[in-house]
Design a protein around this ligand. Structure first.
Ligand SMILES: [Zn+2]
Ligand SMILES: [Zn+2]
Length: 699
């Protein structure tokens, strides 16, 4: 017999190995095989007889060394998920399997065992045997009947009841659109109770976008289900802890799995519910290796398993909104804040009139002063995400946009000349010497002013205790917890934070939020930037005055947004603040995308290359571009390839980076072209080439 094994080898399809006498393997088994001089763990994709596989082969096949009997066999639905992900994201099945399997379990050594000595995995999971588990859900349960510790929970309100019923009734994914504090988690808990009670083997997967959010949600779930086995998976855990959690989920022992994006790839033999919390969050898209969207795979998996999928968010993504409009997702609104706290008031600060000092306006300074005097906490929100050099007028707020695409153009230095380049259509323009609107020569790249905001705050409020909440300052989950605890204990007066603060953390003493540089995000050349900014500003506003009980408990929260374009429709909507006004701005954003043929109304893929030598990267990109044009015209495909553009930053880690963007209104046509291109790309080995399907960013 011959087994086709999926190995973590980029570009290589399945490899054939001989199954020696007495070694029995099935699709979904993990095996140890020799590869070159190494021994590696791979996944059996299929098994055939030698007669129909070995014909014409002029060399001897290597043999499978052992089947990892301590790892549960991957079931058909999970194999299907891996196969789909590999095809869709233009990777090999082996690369998907390698992403799914925790690192420690990829070491052949841990699977070794002697006659009397169990493997290290079995020792790890000692007390229970692993091999008895299968995807038919025959694993014996350790826990008694599931019980929701309902006494400690508030009763569901009418909207929550409707959401629960919709989710259990619907065959479509449910978009649970609930304002901050409306009790989405309460709905998840009730769903878990229902699903776990129906079936004694049932498992549930709960995805969150960030490691930092796992402790809070897993604690809430465990508290509600004290008798249920819950495991957490994310990349911040030690190898062994992660491997154990993975094994417990993959053998059906863990009934609830909470995790970040890789958890969606963890095999769960009896998964009956998938929750994707904060579904709009871009962290669900993996940015290196297998560049997949965990949210999109969760929806695919839910469909494959015919199990309920809930996508929860206070600010649903335009993708999910479009799916709800098309009727592919059901939608339930939660409009009542469970805490009864009123929404924070938003005020726009016009930076043309109130000139900022190092990024801080006089009005913002005064409000911070006032908050500190009252003993409240203040948050200054700085947006450093995806910063690109885009020309803006400091005097009137004008921004250089592509005349064809209405997206900001990016400043690049090309052969000692500065050029403005559109990252969508690749159009180039010379930079203007003066602002075309007001003739001011004070043109700057957006976001410059806010770089020094932390120093400005220290200078202005020397006695305030300041904490930074961003990826640089808070590198580990432990450091994050420490900072959050200090904020909670009121040992911090002023918080300077990036997008990290917008994510679900709860600050009881916070009443004032200052958004320092909204303009820098409006000047972001990515078509998703306005959506992302709007969602972030709504999320950040949700942090202010969240625990206010109304007027008698003092003033409610305040949000100040500093901008040079106060009349921008987004800021007008935020200042108005009413739910229907915000919704109609979401509608406007969706129509803009539709008119531009951008996702979710069109489909994109980027082919990205890099090389240590600048000219070789550029040449490689144009060769790939020519190749694409030839394929497109030969096949008469409804796909458009745009000329190569340098990425932002052009040079990173000693390599020059370029990309070619592909666009189509038909997903299959784009997928087909990428499939044909895959073979051609192997000729560009000298470059580091990767394909990004559904890229989040155009830069
Ligand atoms: Zn101007
Ligand atoms: Zn353009």
């Amino acid at each position: 017999m011959i087994a086709q094994i999926a190995l973590d080898t980029p570009g290589l399809p399945l490899l054939d190995y001989l199954l020696p006498e007495g070694v029995i393997a099935h699709p979904g088994d993990w095996v140890v095989v020799p590869l070159g001089r190494r021994r590696v763990v791979g996944l059996v994709a299929s098994v055939g007889t030698s007669a129909d596989r070995s014909g014409g082969r002029g060399f001897e096949l290597k043999a499978v060394e052992r089947v990892c009997e301590d790892l549960p066999r991957v079931g058909q639905s999970t194999l299907d998920l891996y196969t789909f992900a590999a095809a869709y994201y233009q990777r090999t099945l082996g690369q998907v399997a390698a992403t799914a399997l925790p690192g420690w379990l990829k070491t052949p050594k841990v699977h070794e065992h002697g006659r009397s000595r169990p493997s290290r995995l079995r020792q790890l999971l000692s007390g229970t045997s692993v091999s008895e588990a299968s995807e038919d859900g025959q694993t014996p349960q350790e826990s008694p009947t599931p019980s929701l510790a309902a006494k400690s929970l508030p009763p569901l309100n009418e909207e929550q009841v409707q959401a629960l019923e919709a989710c259990l009734r619907e065959s479509r994914p449910l978009l649970l659109h609930g304002v901050t504090g409306s009790g989405k988690t309460r709905v998840y808990l009730e769903l878990l109770a229902e699903i776990l009670a129906r079936d004694h083997f049932a498992q549930a997967l709960v995805l969150v976008p960030e490691i930092g959010l796992t402790p809070a949600i897993s604690a809430r779930i465990q508290e509600a289900f004290p008798n249920e086995s819950l495991e957490v998976i994310h990349s911040g855990l030690s190898e062994r802890v992660r491997a154990t959690a993975w094994l417990r989920a993959a053998t059906g022992r863990a009934r609830i799995l909470v995790g970040t994006r890789t958890a969606v790839l963890c095999p769960m033999p009896n998964c009956k519910l998938i929750v994707v919390d904060e579904e709009h969050d871009h962290s669900y898209k993996q940015q290196d290796g297998l560049r997949y969207s965990a949210r999109d795979l969760a929806v695919w998996l839910g469909h494959r398993l015919s199990c309920p999928v809930v996508l929860g968010s206070a600010t649903p993504s335009l993708e999910s909104r479009a799916q709800a409009e098309r009727g592919r997702y059901a939608r339930q609104r939660l409009t009542l804040r469970a805490t009864g706290a009123p929404r924070a008031r938003t005020r726009i600060v016009d930076l043309i009139r109130d000139r900022p000092q190092h990024g801080l306006s006089e009005e913002a300074s005064r409000e911070i002063e006032r908050a500190l005097t009252r003993g409240e906490q203040a948050l200054v929100f700085v947006n450093r995400r995806g910063w690109s050099p885009v020309l803006c007028c400091d005097a009137c707020g004008w921004r250089q946009q592509c005349p064809d695409c209405s997206v900001p153009m990016v400043l690049h230095k090309r052969r000692s000349n500065w050029r403005l380049i559109c990252h969508h259509c690749a159009r180039q323009l010379p930079p203007p010497h003066a602002c075309p609107e007001c003739s001011s020569t004070d043109l700057q790249t957006a976001g410059q002013g806010s770089q020094r905001i932390e120093e400005a705050l220290i200078e202005r409020f020397p006695h305030a205790r300041l904490a930074r909440l961003d990826r640089d300052a808070v590198a580990s989950p432990a450091a994050l917890k420490d900072t959050l605890d200090r904020i909670e204990r009121r040992e911090v007066d002023l918080i300077v934070g990036t997008q990290m603060v917008a994510k679900g953390h709860d600050f009881a003493g916070l009443r004032l939020v200052v958004v320092a540089d909204a303009d820098a995000q409006l000047a972001n050349p990515d078509f998703r930037a306005p959506e992302w900014l709007f969602a972030t500003l709504i999320q950040v506003s949700g942090r202010a005055g969240r625990h206010d009980k109304g007027s008698d408990a003092g003033p409610s929260g305040t949000v100040l947004i500093q901008t040079r374009t106060p009349s921008h429709a987004m800021f007008v909507a935020l200042e108005d603040g009413r739910e229907d006004t915000l919704e109609s701005y979401w509608g406007a954003l969706l129509r803009e995308r539709e008119e531009a043929g951008m996702p979710p109304f069109g489909f994109l893929a980027a082919i990205r290359v890099s090389h240590a030598q600048a000219d070789r990267a550029e040449r490689g990109a144009s060769e790939i571009f020519s190749h694409l044009l030839a394929l497109i015209s030969a096949g008469n495909r409804p796909v458009r390839a745009y000329a190569p553009v340098p990425r932002v930053p052009e040079r990173l880690a000693g390599r020059t980076r370029w990309q070619v963007l592909l666009e189509s209104s038909q997903r299959p046509a784009l997928q087909q072209l990428l499939g044909e291109m895959a073979a051609a790309l192997t000729a560009f080995r000298a470059l580091e080439v990767h394909v990004e399907v559904d890229p989040l960013s155009l830069t």
